[in-house]
Design a protein around this ligand. Structure first.
Ligand code: SF4
Length: 755
């Protein structure tokens, strides 16, 4: 180690207390021991999954316990906790013959029943499910789907654990049956990134690689808590800090995990911890657009923009500049919650940086103006020409492992595959014999949130869900349960039982047991955030005897609906056959057919996209003079944001967030607001708005005054269902009043009015 990097490393230490044992943070060593204990009946298989599989957790992607970004081990608590889903034995299916004892149970406790073991069916009025054969299950589903108007048929695919092959098969079958109501959980996370990026730079994917982080002058995290959702990024950031990279965070809450971390597999960091964020910009919830406009104002005034790039590679600069000129500092300060000096502090470092990467996630996208938030980030990066070069880029970091591939394989209501929009012209192209040999529908389908709203209106007759747990994940759980209860046929294809399956049938509910990605014949691929298509082999080990491959189940239904066409259009025996077809049909995925063994991968587009030109029709990057969002917060109310905590597909629900120490029912309140309201740590309070009430406990923490944070999905009872970004993503923020829980006649604590 050179002297410079040695002293830089020491400056980044958190404390001399080994492993920060006096501080709140995850305990990786304890997680390893508890994983071993949990998987003790199947340790060999668990180890083979870790050693040879591509992680089914988040979107970083692995080859076994290594990756393509750094030397050394790539492993985290999320992956360890997910292991049991893959190794646990089958559930005793007889317990589902009466679902009464399971009503109201959370997903976590239902999961403990074990793997879904056999196909089952439940009709209206039945107290539970009845075991059926696969033949009966397929025939029942096929017969009903044959008679349903495809406009009233919806299809939803989870983003955790599924493979590209499964997404491709499902959406192709859905379109063969005649519906474009196909969606994945990308629709409740990154659809605004797809919309914002496609409109401005012409591609929906991350433009750089993880390896660009290490050595960048600056990385900016906006509304992304990577320590929680993509834990191994903290190791990347450790190496980035050693290489001199500065880290800025723009967020309404000072996330402890972004401030410091103890990377367990790096001795120095495990011993002394690593300080991550160099500066923190604590904006209002939804203050991103005014904040970045303020930064751009400073960039322009100080000549910190890249004129050559702007003149040569962009359009819309004059309109953007006119917009910036017309915005007063007062409006930007009020909207962002920060001063013009704060914006200058950001602008100076950003403006002088040779390269910068902006990484964002659901803090940006899950607003009714999420697509505009993304455009604001693009505006910022274009000012400095931060695309297409080493250590620069736009990175909408994905959560689940299937978000990127699910959308690219056509799990979208408005695109067939690889973003080919649903249009009559494209439908005809897909009808060509060398592509699909049947014409898919050309009407635009519904997003997941819209499917549920349509079901509530009685406009959906059948819903196929592969994974997913709408009842817990979408806003307004009461409305969701009502909507699900109106769908005549619900098909739940899954590996475990979840609460959504137990909603009483309007007519028929069918459960179909699926195999995990490690059990599929021929393995499978996933696409990571950095556009890397990664092969994960089939792992030898125990199997659930009656579970079927994820991709195979919809294909069997298609072949039952129309035997001759079904056999011709879906002639697949294993996932290799599907990869061969994807290779032929999706030019961007060319080469996927050659991925056959552990560690095989291709990064489509190479390390950087947009090197010489953008993928817009004119080849230029487009500035967008977006308007400032209007957040009206009624007097006496607070703006409430939702926290994901340690959750993937609402599967991991630690009672205490290991990064923050917050319990599930804790409501994060700023010290300033708590003082004004006379609240102390642990006080019981009720949050109330037009939808209902949520009872929780005060946790005084470093949130922006005037705002609150509470945990999703519990807080979904207060989130309105119909408030959506144009891309279909729900706005997971709302306004609430605080009511003293102890008062006999609760009265609103009008903080803002007093303030
Ligand atoms: S960081 Fe993500 S990809 Fe890596 S091991 Fe953890 S969950 Fe898996």
């Amino acid at each position: 180690m050179s002297k410079a990097s040695d002293s830089r490393a020491k400056r980044n230490w958190v404390s001399l207390v080994p492993y920060g044992i006096h501080q709140q943070h995850p305990n990786a060593y304890k997680d390893i021991l508890s994983t071993m204990w949990e998987n003790r009946d199947n340790l060999g298989y668990a180890w083979r999954i870790l050693r040879d599989g591509c992680c089914d957790g988040c979107s970083l992607g692995t080859r076994g316990v290594y990756d393509w970004t750094m030397q050394g081990v790539h492993l985290c608590a999320v992956r360890l906790q997910l292991l049991r889903l893959n190794t646990m034995p089958p559930a005793d299916w007889r317990v589902l013959e009466d679902v009464t004892p399971f009503r109201g149970k959370a997903e976590k406790s239902l999961r403990k029943l074990g793997r879904l073991a056999v196909p089952m069916i439940r009709h209206k009025g039945d107290k539970g499910f009845r075991r059926i054969s696969w033949d009966e299950a397929i025939a029942t589903v096929a017969q009903q789907l044959r008679n349903i108007d495809p406009h009233r048929l919806a299809w939803y695919l989870t983003s955790r654990g599924l493979t590209n092959e499964a997404y491709y098969a499902h959406q192709k079958v859905a379109r063969f049956i005649g519906t474009n109501h196909v969606d994945t959980s990308a629709r409740i996370c990154h659809a605004p990134s797809t919309a914002g990026l496609s409109a401005t730079v012409g591609c929906a994917a991350t433009t750089c690689s993880y390896s660009d982080w290490i050595g960048a002058d600056l990385i900016v995290f906006v509304g992304a808590n990577v320590a929680n959702n993509q834990p191994v990024t903290t190791k990347y950031l450790y190496y980035a800090k050693k290489a001199g990279t500065k880290i800025f965070v723009v967020n309404p809450y000072r996330e402890p995990g972004l401030e410091r971390y103890w990377v367990p597999s790096v001795t120095e960091s495990a011993l002394f911890g690593t300080r991550l964020a160099d500066d923190y910009f604590q904006i209002h919830i939804g203050g991103d657009i005014p904040f970045f406009y303020g930064v751009i104002k400073h960039l322009i005034r100080n000549g910190w923009v890249d004129r050559e790039f702007i003149n040569g590679r962009t359009v819309g600069w004059n309109e953007l500049q006119a917009k910036v000129d017309a915005l007063s500092w007062e409006s930007l300060e009020q909207g962002s919650g920060l001063s013009r000096d704060d914006m200058f502090r950001f602008a100076e470092t950003f403006g002088k940086a040779r390269h910068a990467i902006v990484v964002w996630s659901m803090g940006i996208t899950q607003h009714r103006y999420g697509s505009d938030n993304v455009r604001a980030i693009v505006n910022l990066q274009l000012c400095k020409g931060n695309i297409g070069r080493d250590h620069t880029g736009l990175m909408p970091i994905r959560g689940h492992s299937g978000v990127q591939g699910g959308a690219e394989m056509g799990g979208m209501p408005g695109a067939y595959v690889m973003g080919f929009p649903v249009t009559e012209e494209n439908a005809r192209k897909f009808a060509a014999p060398e592509i699909w040999n049947f014409e898919p529908p050309s009407w635009k389908g519904l997003s997941a949130a819209h499917m549920i709203l349509a079901a509530e209106r009685g406009e959906i007759d059948a819903l196929w869900q592969s994974g997913g747990n709408f009842k817990q994940t979408l806003p307004e759980p009461g409305l969701v349960a009502r909507a699900l209860g109106r769908i005549k046929l619900r098909i739940h294809q899954d590996i475990v039982v979840n609460p959504t399956m137990l909603v009483d049938p309007a007519d028929t509910v069918v459960l179909l047991p699926s195999r995990t990605r490690y059990e599929q014949r021929g393995g499978g691929t996933e696409t990571s955030t950095e556009r890397r298509i990664i092969y994960s082999p089939e792992i030898p080990g125990p199997r659930i005897p009656e579970a079927k491959d994820e991709w195979e189940i919809p294909v069997l239904v298609a072949q039952s609906i129309n035997p001759s066409l079904g056999a011709k259009l879906f002639p697949w025996n294993d996932t290799q056959d599907i990869r061969n077809e994807i290779d032929r049909v999706c030019p961007t995925y060319k080469g996927i057919a050659k991925l056959r063994k552990k560690g095989d991968s291709i990064q489509y587009g190479g390390r950087h996209l947009l090197v010489d030109r953008c993928l817009t029709p004119d080849g230029k990057a487009h500035f967008t003079p977006i308007g400032l969002p209007e957040e009206k917060i009624p007097d006496g109310r607070f703006l409430l944001a939702t926290r994901r905590g340690k959750q993937f597909n609402s599967i991991i629900n630690a009672e205490v967030d290991p990064l923050t120490g917050a319990r599930r029912d804790d409501i994060l309140v700023s010290a300033e607001d708590a003082r004004r309201l006379g609240l102390g740590n642990g006080d019981q309070i009720i949050l109330r708005n037009e939808l209902g009430e949520f009872r929780g406990r005060v946790r005084i923490d470093r949130v922006k005054p005037g705002s609150l944070q509470a945990h999703w999905p519990e807080i979904n009872v207060l989130i309105p269902a119909g408030r959506l970004d144009p891309s279909g993503v729900p706005d997971y923020n709302t306004t609430v009043e605080i009511v003293a829980a102890s008062a006999a006649q609760p009265t609103a604590m009008a903080a803002r009015a007093e303030g």
